[in-house]
Write a protein of this length. Structure first.
Length: 245
């Protein structure tokens, strides 16, 4: 269905949810994966599990809000596997709340991780892709990068930003570097765990009952990676069939 064999793929936010699912799927299909996130214990378990199944995996503990950590992730891929073919900028958080609550630290955190994390990934990988004359950015936005709802102003802003940055990058990238935006709807993961307002959290958890497995998003990423080099899948929007908006 898709050919990702031998590709070197670095993934941010690989310790749970979509990042973990895509790491496992790509490694099972013969890609060499480098897992990045803050929780070292989780990364070690996932990497060990991949290796046990004859897959190739390494890890780098990173905080995507630090530019040098993205450089470390890219360097780990180069040192361990000789190159970097794909950077999946997937790390993100979603502490939804009404603006009236002035949860300014949470706004800052979303901007630092969801936007700056993606930019730092571009800063780390773009020079490497230029030198190799090939490379593929996969940036994770959201359905919330297409529409805005109450409690989601800042989160949506960060995901609109991911789409704007990715489209700008695509237009500048030239004919050797591919850029794909992945925009999921409700997906099973730990994403709601950072919501600090109990009422909002309950509403979001109820809404997310129709969430689809993270593997659905992982397959979409594998599809984009597996296309021939002259085919750039620009964006995939994937919702649960039961998600109205
Ligand atoms: P999870 O909460 O399960 O995964 C988020 C990942 O991001 C974790 O691996 C976490 O690892 C990592 N992360 C968070 N902060 C940082 C940081 N500062 N540095 C490095 N890694 C970090 O949720 P999902 O899998 O759902 O989220 C993945 C992406 O998908 C996010 O960008 C999210 O916005 C997007 N998305 C998800 C949807 C959904 O319904 N699940 C819908 C639309 C978009 P650790 O804590 O170990 O650092």
């Amino acid at each position: 269905m898709f050919d990702v064999k031998g590709k070197v793929v670095a993934i941010t936010g690989a310790s749970s949810g979509i990042g973990e699912a895509v790491a496992r799927l790509l490694a099972a299909a013969g890609a060499k994966v480098v897992l990045g996130a803050r929780r070292a214990d989780r990364l070690e378990i996932i990497a060990a599990d991949i290796r046990k199944k004859q897959g190739e995996a390494d890890l780098q503990v990173i905080d995507v809000s630090k530019r040098e950590d993205l450089e470390r992730l890219v360097k780990k891929a180069q040192d361990r596997f000789g190159r970097l073919d794909v950077l999946i900028s997937n790390a993100g958080l979603m502490p939804l709340s009404p603006l009236d609550q002035l949860k300014v630290e949470e706004w800052d955190r979303m901007i630092d991780v969801n936007i700056k994390g993606v930019l730092y990934g571009i800063a780390a990988a773009l020079p490497v892709f230029r030198k190799q004359n090939s490379g593929h950015f996969i940036n994770v936005s959201s359905v919330a990068g297409h529409r805005i709802g109450p409690n989601g102003a800042v989160y949506s802003a960060t995901k609109f930003a991911v789409r704007a940055i990715s489209e700008g990058l695509r237009q500048e990238a030239g004919d050797k570097i591919r850029v794909t935006i992945i925009s999921p709807g409700a997906v099973e993961s730990e994403l709601a765990s950072t919501i600090s307002d109990p009422a909002v959290k309950k509403r979001v958890e109820d809404y997310r009952k129709m969430a689809i497995p993270a593997e659905a998003i992982a397959s979409a990423m594998a599809y984009a990676i597996g296309q021939p080099g002259n085919v750039d899948v620009n964006e995939i929007l994937i919702r649960p069939t039961a998600q109205p908006s």
